[in-house]
Design a binder for this molecule. Structure first.
Ligand code: FAD
Ligand code: MLT
Ligand code: ZN
Length: 488
């Protein structure tokens, strides 16, 4: 573990699992819905995707129905047993794994599609459905999921909602706060909140579902999701471009808003250090399709309904960039295989980073003009401390992310999670973010990693109100303790 944010000891609720508790779980769930005290089988649930956080849970419960989730939570609440909700365990902030021996309630078996309305495009499904499978189901019906991310093959829609995941096309389809129409959630006392509305408009009272979107398992377990899905575009194309400066990346973004406007569906960037890692770890598996010495690369995606019209717009956009000397080199996909291949470059960066070593991941939202400055400043800081370089503690500082959303992913690759490195980066990164009026979590969430740093982005009255909400919904504090809200 990284060490810095792990609490030294448990706080309430601290009850440990007993034989009576195990008896209860075996009475509720079939054998394939439970893992108890089998260390090897428990391991993938106890460790996070980055292998940075590791808990010691003795029990994973995998309920198949909302009723079972309700019975389990009620029991845990009555007996003051702490729990961690878990979906696909692809979270990047240590939110989905236990800190100590909390019980893991995993949504793997809550995996049924409940309904789909082909006229409105509203999908209703269990929380444990895998994002990519949902998208495949919709593709057969001419629709698509409004969000897409590199973890789509493993992450669950419930986990996406719980983290308010952003992803690769937020600039086009908006956040889950807009596309989620209804939720079914189980509160810690077992109450089932059935708010699986499929309505686009519903102004009746407080919009409770919004509280659960991005609540990271601290208020209850999401068991069902209704989501508005867009029509699948008939014409999609992708270009990857090389840039000499971040200034030109910004100019290209502005040009894309003018020239591509309504068909623009992604505008992603990465720097040369990210490209080096992709190549070193052979993530792409093919020859990089353009010169590899540009400091910055951008992937632009267009999605529309008329291929010749859309291709013409893309051509005009590229010509404008060339005429204005904003870009000098680029490649446009010629077919669907090339589209997938170009996307795999961008989507492969998190894996390339994690193959390179222990990754310190920061997910900052800020005004686009200052977005890359943070990467430069942190490089200078680590260099002057003498820890950055080939055989040093830190081997790489990488910047990539979602330009369209003002979202930088700063990744610092180290030999190991070392307090010396941690102390050089934190709280520096958070202070930097606060000074530039940014957010310390654009899309990954707070989890365990950033719970104690919330004050860099939210004011004391707002944190106090958040704590009151938490207290009123989860008075025993059984839901995902140590995460999300500051301990002090
Ligand atoms: P988990 O990791 O299992 O859990 C995440 C959090 O949600 C935890 O706090 C957990 O307690 C809670 N939770 C999970 N399920 C429920 C539930 N049913 N009810 C209540 N709480 C629940 N994120 C982005 O935003 N954009 C990206 O582009 C992106 N790309 C990624 C690419 C890769 C390769 C990887 C590994 C991760 C990426 N992520 C991204 C982060 C991660 O995939 C998302 O946060 C995802 O939404 C998590 O879903 P999950 O099912 O894996 O949740
Ligand atoms: C991404 O945009 O690739 C994801 O948010 C994952 C990451 O930052 O590593
Ligand atoms: Zn991202």
């Amino acid at each position: 573990t990284s060490g810095a944010e792990i609490p030294a000891k448990k706080h309430a609720p601290t009850k440990e699992l007993t034989q009576d508790d195990i008896k209860f779980f075996t009475s509720i769930l079939p054998a394939n819905g439970l893992i108890i005290d089998k260390e090897d089988d428990l391991m993938p649930y106890n460790i996070d995707w980055m292998r940075k956080y590791r808990g010691k849970s003795r029990l994973v419960a995998r309920p198949k129905t909302t009723q079972q989730v309700s019975q389990i939570l009620k029991y845990c609440n009555d007996n003051k047993l702490a729990v961690v909700p878990q979906g696909g365990n692809t979270g990047l902030v240590g939110g989905g794994v236990p800190v100590f021996d909390e019980i893991i309630i995993n949504t793997n078996n809550l995996n049924q599609i409940r309904s789909f309305d082909p006229i409105s495009g509203v999908l209703t499904c269990d929380a444990g459905c895998i994002l990519e499978l949902l998208d495949g189901y919709l593709a057969e019906r001419g629709y698509m999921m409004p969000l897409d991310l590199g973890a789509k093959g493993s992450c669950h829609i419930g986990g996406n909602v719980a983290t308010n995941a952003g992803g690769l096309r937020l600039l086009r389809y908006g956040s889950l706060h807009g596309s989620v129409l209804g939720l079914e959630a189980v509160l810690p006392d077992g109450t089932i909140l059935d708010n699986l509305s499929t309505l686009r408009k519903d102004n009746t009272g407080y919009d409770i579902k919004q509280l659960f979107i991005g609540s990271e398992g601290t208020l209850g377990i999401i068991t069902g999701v209704s989501i508005s899905t867009p029509r699948r575009p008939r014409a999609v194309n992708v270009a990857v471009l090389g840039f000499n400066s971040f200034q030109n990346v910004q100019k290209a973004f502005l040009t894309s808003k003018d020239e591509l406007s309504e068909i623009l569906s992604a505008f992603e960037f990465w720097d040369i250090n990210a490209l080096k890692l992709l190549k070193a770890h052979n993530i792409h598996g093919k020859k990089f399709p353009l010169e590899d010495n540009y400091p910055f690369y951008v992937l632009v995606e267009i999605s529309g309904s008329n291929k010749s019209h859309d291709d013409e717009k893309l051509q005009n956009f590229l010509e404008k960039l060339l005429t204005n000397e904003i870009v000098t080199n680029g490649v446009v996909a010629q077919d669907d295989t090339q589209i997938t291949s170009l996307w795999s470059l961008r989507e492969g960066i998190p894996e390339a980073c994690s193959k390179a070593g222990a990754v310190y991941k920061y997910d900052i939202s800020m005004p686009v003009p200052v977005l890359y400055q943070m990467v430069k400043d942190i490089r200078i800081r680590l260099q002057s401390a003498g820890v950055l370089g080939e055989d040093k503690l830190v081997s790489d500082v990488i910047g990539y992310g979602h330009i369209g959303d003002g979202n930088l992913h700063l990744n610092i690759v180290a030999k190991s999670y070392d307090p010396k490195v941690t102390n050089l980066i934190e709280p520096y990164v958070y202070e930097w973010t606060e000074q530039h009026k940014g957010s310390i979590s654009a899309e990954h969430g707070l989890g365990l990693m950033k719970a104690d740093y919330l004050g860099y982005t939210k004011s004391p009255p707002m944190i106090s109100l958040m704590k009151q909400i938490k207290q009123s919904i989860d008075p025993n504090g059984i839901m995902n303790p140590y995460k999300f809200l500051p301990t002090q």
